[in-house]
Design a protein around this ligand. Sequence first.
Ligand SMILES: Cc1cc2nc3c(=O)[nH]c(=O)nc-3n(C[C@H](O)[C@H](O)[C@H](O)COP(=O)(O)OP(=O)(O)OC[C@H]3O[C@@H](n4cnc5c(N)ncnc54)[C@H](O)[C@@H]3O)c2cc1C
Length: 380
Amino acid sequence: MQGDDVIYDCAVIGGGLSGLCLAIQLAGEGWRVVVFEKNDFPLHKVCGEYISMESHEFLIRIGLPLKEWDLPYITELGISSEQGFMLETPLGLGGFGISRYTLDYELYLLAVKKGVSIHQQCKVQKASYLEAEGLSLIQTTKGSFKSKIVCGSYGKYTPAFVQEQGDYRAEKNSRNHIGVKYHIKTSLPQNRIELHNFNDGYCGISKVDQDWYCLCYLSSAENLRKNGNSIAQMEEQVLYKNPFLKQYFSNSEFVSRQPLVISNVQFRQKQPYSSHMFLLGDAAGSISPLCGNGMSMGMRASVLLAEGINAYLRKELTKDELIARYTQAWNSAFHTRIKAGYYLQNVFGKKTSTQLALKTLSLFPALTKKIISLTHGKPF
Ligand SMILES: Cc1cc2nc3c(=O)[nH]c(=O)nc-3n(C[C@H](O)[C@H](O)[C@H](O)COP(=O)(O)OP(=O)(O)OC[C@H]3O[C@@H](n4cnc5c(N)ncnc54)[C@H](O)[C@@H]3O)c2cc1C
């Protein structure tokens, strides 16, 4: 296929949940939207699969019948230290569990139903702005496309054709993590999520759809290197030191013994607009899963951006006004949340400070509640 001759109103690079949610909203307003996804649907993703309740109504509003899917609603949290101490706390707003395999696929089907043109196995190689035409040209492995607006929802790995602003090189030296995910069958109340700390990492376990639980952890890349790059060896030598994790790994049924693994994971704020592209989801900035709800942040950004693009396409805003409005809305929605996340990230996944922090928090339930509320936004 050699692209097409349509001039799209909006082109979306990356068919993860942020990009699909944006596309669904814009197509719902009657705009011509195209999404490029380098993989095929459905697909598994490394993710803890716990979604903050803040986005529950939003997903229903755009057309996902969540209430009909018998999903687990999660209201309680247990956080353990490597030494075996467990902090127990209610979750406040709480969340629900759904696998990315199901969620992203259902969003994909909904987008198709709304008339979004979706190109799978289609990698974007370059996006450039054609000054004379006032359009963007998107070059992909399946040809070239033109669009009035381009949005980047390509996730945490910034493609080479996007210019990063800020002191990116310095941040590149910051700590690298790996993310590992399994689906398991285990014994844990449906309304409970557990986070188990180990040296330089932590692991979340909670129920999702089907009869699966998601077991997903983040570890420093250094842990893996020290264990001869063997995931199994690292689990036995590092994760099993937490008695709860040893128990889960030893007594659960693994849906697949082969984990899904991603490397080079970093958490940092980027920017919501770059290289003539509006960015959302992890492309605009990612937050450690212990300290925030990346999926809900991506969905919330899709709402902010859809509102702005709608106004622009209806000629109620100029492009410069759209850039200013989205940048301001993005910063006010996420800046504090991301900053708080970076501070929290420094406390967890460390042998002594985690144990100390959990024991202290167990004495101050109101403080624990406040910290948890920092990681969940208000419903939208
Ligand atoms: C270990 C771990 C656990 C987590 N747990 C949770 C959790 O429990 N709850 C939560 O809310 N968040 C969690 N997160 C964060 C959450 O996974 C992300 O915030 C979320 O996936 C971001 O969605 P997105 O749509 O921005 O990106 P993605 O879901 O990563 O989608 C990006 C898409 O773009 C495609 N793409 C990339 N480049 C191109 C290209 N050049 N051309 C075409 N397509 C391209 C990719 O194939 C991908 O499908 C976790 C993250 C990690 C690392």
